[in-house]
Design a protein around this ligand. Structure first.
Ligand SMILES: Cc1cc2nc3c(=O)[nH]c(=O)nc-3n(C[C@H](O)[C@H](O)[C@H](O)COP(=O)(O)OP(=O)(O)OC[C@H]3O[C@@H](n4cnc5c(N)ncnc54)[C@H](O)[C@@H]3O)c2cc1C
Length: 499
């Protein structure tokens, strides 16, 4: 039995904790926040429940396998989601990728030639990646891992050929091959997923978006709570409200942590939070990090943070459902000049693409009786307006209010009477996300998704090792593009490593 300390009770830390406790190790998780879950969590305000980070996830085969391995699959109410796509040119709920194509062709008949070309390339990418209905090989070890890899080995030559063509191209470079910059179709194909992600991700993302998106009916917090409860049942110790200040090393080996002025010993330390902060802030001895790596970490670009508006509405779910149709809507209302790289554009949020998500349409108990709720989300420009006011709390509040009103104004086009029925409103900026999860600049999904700014060599490998012996990364930061799958893969690799 080894003594293992995990820093962070996000989905990565909770899964690693459960797997290791199940193996009989003595595991303690330290979580800075008062609730477990990190970005897979939720909160109540005035009787309304909202999601604190992700509202959905993909890679369900991996998620379900993990929950089955841990023994909690039956307790979690996973439900599939359908996405409605709306703009002034189209309005549909595609059943699958082919349905999406039909919708786009019908909306832009005069662009058929260009659409044929882009879809021919996207089809090639989707075909090379194959289905996403099997768990990631990282979730297995030994012969089972080999068996999991086998089906993809046959497709490897094709995948490598296509990757060579598309992997290093950003989405905007890719889409500009077919459509004029800032045109409606340019924005449509460029808005899915993260800014300037690899063209490979555009293809695979679109192929899975309409059939492979899931949420938890009882809210993401229920998922984290079930994992936390199971962890405790397995003998694990979960310390909430317990920020870890230091990772303690001796002779280049991690031997414990410092939290609330108390030293806790360990045979292994797993950092299941932000990578940059783990090495640049928490590690007691920076000389353990080679200079070149230190520079790379300092310079490495992280994924975009989100700006989210939370609204409690004095409107029944039936009424809201008439205008939303489904709980998750992508509103392509980009206005000319919308540029996420322009952090000085004070009007950015009135021009940006928005996702509208209704927790109460997923589950009516997420709002008081007869009422409903929505969240309006968009990626925010990096350190917008001098990082939201340069530390001045009055300017911060003004900027937050301005962004919030711009998002509400845009959503009013889809939900008539929205402004008149708001009972509760607040918003989270990337700084809020950072405050609650300690992710650098509110990075929502680990490192940058731009293939030309990668920290690791590719998007698909998992890196739990650090320059410090017995210190591992157990969060989504072990994978370039993070996400729930990244956190899962890291957690499993950590659990496999510690015998
Ligand atoms: C708006 C939004 C939308 C998203 N959409 C998707 C999506 O569609 N699909 C998808 O797969 N992913 C999505 N993600 C990303 C996904 O939610 C995360 O990648 C994933 O939940 C990360 O889990 P994690 O356990 O690695 O880290 P986190 O959830 O960041 O958890 C880290 C935990 O560690 C704690 N911690 C950090 N430092 C310390 C310390 N020093 N001491 C103690 N505790 C500490 C934090 O408080 C936190 O609870 C989205 C995220 C956001 C914000």
């Amino acid at each position: 039995m080894k003594k293992v300390i995990i820093i962070g009770a996000g989905i990565g830390g909770l899964i690693a904790g459960n797997l290791l406790a199940k193996k009989g190790h003595k595991v303690t998780i330290f979580e800075a926040h008062s609730m477990p879950g990190g970005y897979t969590a939720g909160f109540y305000r005035k009787g309304y429940y909202f999601e604190s980070g992700t509202v959905s996830f993909e890679a369900s085969a991996s998620v379900f396998k993990a929950m089955k391995d841990i023994g909690v699959l039956e307790k979690i109410n996973f439900v599939q989601q359908k996405i409605r796509l709306v703009s002034e040119d189209f309005d549909g709920i595609p059943e699958n990728y082919d349905g999406y194509k039909k919708m786009v062709y019908a909306a832009f008949p005069s662009e058929k030639g260009k659409l044929d070309k882009i879809f021919a390339d996207l089809d090639k990418i989707a075909d090379s990646i194959g289905g996403m209905n099997t768990p990631m090989p990282f979730l297995y070890k030994g012969p089972a891992k080999l068996k999991a890899i086998l089906p993809s080995i046959f497709g490897l030559p094709k995948l490598m050929k296509i990757s060579k063509q598309y992997d290093n191209i950003t989405s905007s470079e890719f889409v500009a091959r077919y459509f004029e910059k800032d045109s409606k179709l340019y924005n449509l194909f460029n808005e899915f997923g993260y800014t300037d992600m690899s063209a490979m991700m555009v293809g695979s993302g679109l192929a899975g978006l309409f059939t492979e998106l899931w949420t938890v009916k009882d809210g993401m917090q229920s998922w984290a709570d079930i994992l936390a409860e199971n962890f405790r049942k397995l003998g694990g110790d979960l310390h909430l409200n317990s920020y870890v200040d230091r990772i303690i090393t001796k002779n280049g080996v991690a031997i414990g942590v410092l939290s609330k002025d108390t030293v806790y010993d360990a045979d292994y330390v797993i950092s299941a939070g932000d990578y940059k902060k783990t090495l640049l802030k928490l590690l007691d001895d920076k000389s353990l990090i080679p200079k070149t790596l230190l520079n790379t970490i300092n310079r490495a670009v992280v994924s975009e943070g989100y700006f989210t508006v939370y609204l409690g509405l004095d409107k029944s779910n039936d009424e809201l459902g008439k205008s939303m149709k489904v709980p998750h809507v992508f509103a392509f209302n980009n206005k000319p000049g919308c540029d996420i790289y322009n952090s000085e554009d004070s009007e950015y949020f009135s021009k940006a693409f928005a996702e509208i998500y209704s927790p109460s349409l997923v589950n009516p108990s997420h709002a008081p009786l007869g009422k409903s709720s929505i969240m309006l989300q968009t990626k925010a420009p990096y350190r917008w307006m001098n990082n939201w006011g340069g530390g001045d709390s009055k300017i911060y509040r003004q900027l937050k209010g301005k962004a919030m009103e711009a998002m509400i104004e845009n959503a009013s086009g889809l939900i008539p009477g929205l402004k008149e029925c708001i009972e509760y409103k607040d918003a989270a900026t990337p700084l809020t996300y950072e405050r609650f999860t300690h992710n650098t600049a509110g990075a929502s999904s680990a490192w940058s998704w731009n293939p030309q700014k990668r920290f690791y060599q590719d998007d698909m490998s998992v890196h739990i090792e650090t320059p410090v012996k017995n210190l591992y990364i157990g969060s989504c930061w072990a994978m370039q593009i993070g996400g729930v799958p990244g956190a899962l893969a890291a957690a499993y690799q950590c659990a496999h490593k510690i015998k």
